[in-house]
Design a protein around this ligand. Sequence first.
Ligand code: AMP
Length: 394
Amino acid sequence: MNINFNNKRALIRVDFNVPLDAQFQVTDNSRIMAAVPTIRKVLADGGSVVLMSHLGRPKEGPTEKFSLKHLIPALEKELSIKLKFADDCISENAFNLSSNLKPGEILLLENLRFYKEEEKGNVAFAEKLSKHGDIYVNDAFGTAHRAHASTAVIAQFFTNYKTFGYCIENELKSINKVLHEGKKPFTAIMGGAKVSDKIIILQQLINKADNIIIGGGMAFTFVKALGGNIGKSLFEEDRLQTALDILADAKQKKVNIYIPIDAVIADDFNNDAQIKMVDVNCIPDGWMGLDIGHETEKIFGEVISNSNTILWNGPMGVFEMSNFESGTKSVALAICEATKKGAFSLIGGGDSVAAINKYNLAEEVSYVSTGGGALLEYIEAGTLPGISAIQNNN
Ligand code: AMP
């Protein structure tokens, strides 16, 4: 961030879409922590801060459970400073508060999505919001894939006075390091439930990666397409040809694709179900694959530990259940090992981040992305509405 905020009001779009419990206490403050460095930078320069965000998906305007006022205690604790709060983001009172802010002060605006104009990308609403600040800072990577009023449309009202915050800067640095500047071999590990969610990203990765590891429920569409018996494992009938096309494209481009050779199978989608380990092509009728097997863990682990650049999105099995978490955990540990040896590792996408956190390994990988959908869309499209709005000067 090459801007000096001295005597300026920074209008910062943050991603404070944090989980709250029944008492409205913040249960995971990582998104708050991600915004702190940018807020501190503005205050240290001698500027003031107006924070704006959405929280949840309110459908009917102002709703108590989606009020950003619930975040005030957590924010005040983290920043060691008292906050001002505007209970409506574009009311007269809100503009009074923002126009009277003094250097060192912070104003938090109420949930932007209490106005449907936010998600519609309404220009007049964006223009109103823009009056809260002298400089627009986008630091909400998690919503940068949405062309909403506060994430993209608003940027046009700050021609030369707009910038990314540290959170987005770091996200972009990490993605670029993986996609454009990474040391070879580059291994992409894809998992999760469905092939259909990951087709475009797989097609993109074939042009970049040396190795692609496929695990999770999506692997069974590949196994079936190749003629294996997958019992009642998850698979997508209409994606069998896509799976074959992806394999053929990878072969032509000399990208190694690794799919599981064995699986942990169960007779029910349940942690107490009967389980067995079998060849992935020989899953009996009535049984389903819920994790990769030990032989697969070894192969995947070897590929990962010989990699210098690693991208991981999606679990290898139903890691939420202890009997089917071994594959996901072993991949997480292999990534940490490779990172220790000097590889750059980026973990992105909701469930792999959840897995890394479950095993307390976030500190042992190079970067954990704050944006699931945003990261995937960035890799697919090469940019995002919230990114290009800052980069394009018009
Ligand atoms: P996604 O959101 O597509 O990354 O999918 C994540 C979800 O996929 C997690 O909740 C996992 O439990 C689930 N998953 C992973 N492997 C399997 C599998 N073999 N069968 C069914 N669900 C799976």
